[in-house]
Design a protein around this ligand. Structure first.
Ligand code: CMP
Length: 140
């Protein structure tokens, strides 16, 4: 796996709203292959570790609390140019700025509760994939 994978989470707000199926359909229709997936819940400790890079940001506490507030779907997706193409599919972090037809424009309600996460670089995609999945749980 070189630069053809990205990592995503369907966040607690989208799970709670019943949008897992709609979001997975958009991911499949955009040409991504699911190579790993789990329905799970992050502890506050695990959420804090995952988002450690944002530790100094004012929204860190809120982010950790939200991401550990309910179940999520974590997945590794494969496609040429996966990181960039997935970020186009999900739209801007703030749904108010997300392009029409993107996952966040359709399903996110605020910058904090923004329906999905997408890795922002190839390096982070690999780090985040191995944070959630053992090598034996990924099927490329
Ligand atoms: P995500 O792509 O998961 O990466 C970091 C997350 O931090 C981001 O999506 C947002 O959900 C959250 N975030 C970024 N900026 C803010 C903010 N200003 N207020 C609250 N949450 C934020």
């Amino acid at each position: 796996m070189a630069n053809n994978i990205t990592f995503t989470m369907i966040k607690p707000d989208a799970v709670k709203a019943g949008n897992i199926g709609n979001i997975l359909a958009m991911i499949n229709n955009a040409g991504f292959k699911i190579v790993a997936m789990k329905f799970t819940k992050l502890s506050a400790e695990k959420a804090g570790e995952f988002y450690e890079v944002h530790k100094e940001r004012p929204f860190y506490g809120e982010l950790v609390e939200f991401m550990s507030s309910g179940p999520i779907v974590a997945a590794v997706l494969q496609k040429d140019n996966a990181v960039e193409d997935f970020r186009k599919l999900i739209g801007a972090t703030n749904p108010a700025e997300a392009a029409e037809g993107t996952i966040r424009a359709l399903y996110a309600s605020s910058i904090g509760e923004n329906a999905v996460h997408g890795a922002d670089s190839n390096e982070n995609a690999k780090r985040e994939a191995s944070f959630h999945f053992a090598g034996t749980e990924m099927f490329s």
